[in-house]
Write a protein that binds this ligand. Structure first.
Ligand code: PMP
Length: 407
């Protein structure tokens, strides 16, 4: 039975007890990375204290238990996103590496000169630059789905971007800069009408929204462990078996081979074909504990709580004079971006930090979004399951104070 006990949840995150600049920490930079519950921290300590050993290599006991624990993560991820096969789950360094794997291993062999790739106007740089690099190399073209003033993608324009030359669509589920939740199912269905595979960047969605890759019928999905209460240095690339099977490996090295001679090398099967070298074992193993933690509360319960907090914070912020929201989509998740008339976002960030409040300021690795809105950056408040209305009240008081000083 899922329950949402905010006091218990907060007690699980030791960092929330600390102070910053003499004030209790109020952490609203969850879009950048989330804090870790004691359960994940304990698992990290336990890994090094009790089982440290390389995976997929040794016959000895420690190697076997660390390998087993690493493979538990794969199965947990499989269940979490409802993948059909566990070998469709590739353990990566994070979202960025997952997207680069597709740009390299799907892009290079299957996208050629004059072909077209569709991305959206609200992408993180990690879902823009790999495609530009591919386009430079192969002579293919990048098309961008435009968005309106609210930060919502234009579906008519999206439909009109398809042609016989479209080879891949890649866009974000939730915008890290605006909070927009895109209509992913509808967008995937449109791409599939053209038999075009779709990659979803789920870096800002996986910790807030229930994702079922089979229901979505998505071809590739990428996300990071550190944004879902897990360790840094680990992430996931999900891919449909038939697509992953026809792709060449990403990097060459140990683990990704079946047999090596100086004449010829044969490659390992999925998922190991894409996992060359020693992975971040500790992070890989401990991602399972982050998933267990989320599951113990339930993604739907987390979403319901965060939605309520988002509404509360948006209403409270809208009462502050001079505030302008950047991103006012009808469907949003956990991110509030704003600017204040006549004040640079950075100055607000610095003053809030003096009050122990962590927000992000700047372009959030989404410079084209900032260009569209004609601003250098925003102040971004991004929420997690452990944030509270009381913390929002502290933010509002801090903002009023900061604005009063800066005006
Ligand atoms: N996409 C989105 C939407 C993101 O928010 C981020 C992280 N800010 C990334 C991709 C990149 O994730 P990572 O740095 O963990 O690889």
């Amino acid at each position: 039975m899922e329950t949402f006990d905010i006091a218990k949840i907060r007690a699980d995150f030791p960092i929330l007890k600390r102070s910053v600049n003499g004030k209790p920490l109020v952490y609203f930079d969850n879009g950048a990375t989330t804090q870790k519950p004691q359960q994940v921290i304990d698992a990290i300590v336990n890994y090094y204290a009790d089982m440290n050993s390389n995976v997929h290599r040794g016959v000895h006991y420690l190697s076997q238990i660390s390998t087993d624990a690493f493979e538990v993560t794969r199965r947990k991820v499989q269940a979490f996103i409802h993948a059909k096969h566990e070998h469709e789950v590739i353990i990566t360094k994070g979202t960025t590496e997952a997207i680069n794997i597709i740009a390299t291993c799907y892009g290079r062999p299957f996208i050629g000169e004059g072909d077209e790739i569709i991305i959206s106007a609200m992408e993180h740089h990690s879902n823009i630059v790999p495609w530009q690099m591919l386009c430079d190399e192969k002579g293919c073209k990048l098309h961008v789905i435009p968005m309106n003033e609210q930060g919502e993608l234009n579906m008519e324009a999206y439909r009109s971007l398809f042609s016989e030359r479209t080879k891949l669509v890649s866009f974000t589920y939730v915008s890290n800069a605006l909070g927009t939740i895109n209509p992913v199912k509808e967008m995937i269905d449109i791409a599939h009408e053209w038999q075009v595979p779709v990659l979803i960047d789920a870096a800002q969605a996986i910790q807030h929204v229930k994702i079922d890759v089979q229901e979505l019928d998505v071809d590739f999905l990428a996300f990071s462990g550190h944004k879902m209460y897990g360790p840094t240095g680990v992430g996931v690339l999900y891919g449909k078996e038939e697509l992953l099977n026809k792709m060449p490996p990403y990097q060459g090295g140990g683990d990704m081979i079946k047999e090596v001679t100086f004449e010829k090398t044969t490659y390992n099967e999925l998922p190991f074909k894409f996992e060359a070298g020693t992975p971040n074992i500790e992070a890989g193993i401990c991602l399972a504990h982050a998933i267990d933690y989320i599951d113990s509360i339930g993604v739907d319960a987390i979403k319901a709580y965060e939605d309520e907090l988002l509404t509360y914070a948006t209403t409270a912020l809208s009462k502050i004079e001079g505030i302008r929201f950047i991103g006012t989509a009808a469907h949003k998740s956990s991110v509030i971006s704003f600017v204040v008339d006549g004040i640079h976002p950075y100055d607000i960030g610095v003053l809030l930090d003096k009050l122990g409040i962590a927000v992000r300021t700047g372009h959030h690795c989404a410079q084209p979004v900032m260009s569209q809105f004609g601003i250098p950056g925003t102040v971004r408040v991004s929420l997690a399951m452990y944030n509270t209305k009381e913390e929002v009240d502290v933010l509002i008081a801090g903002l009023e104070r900061a604005i009063g000083m800066l005006k």
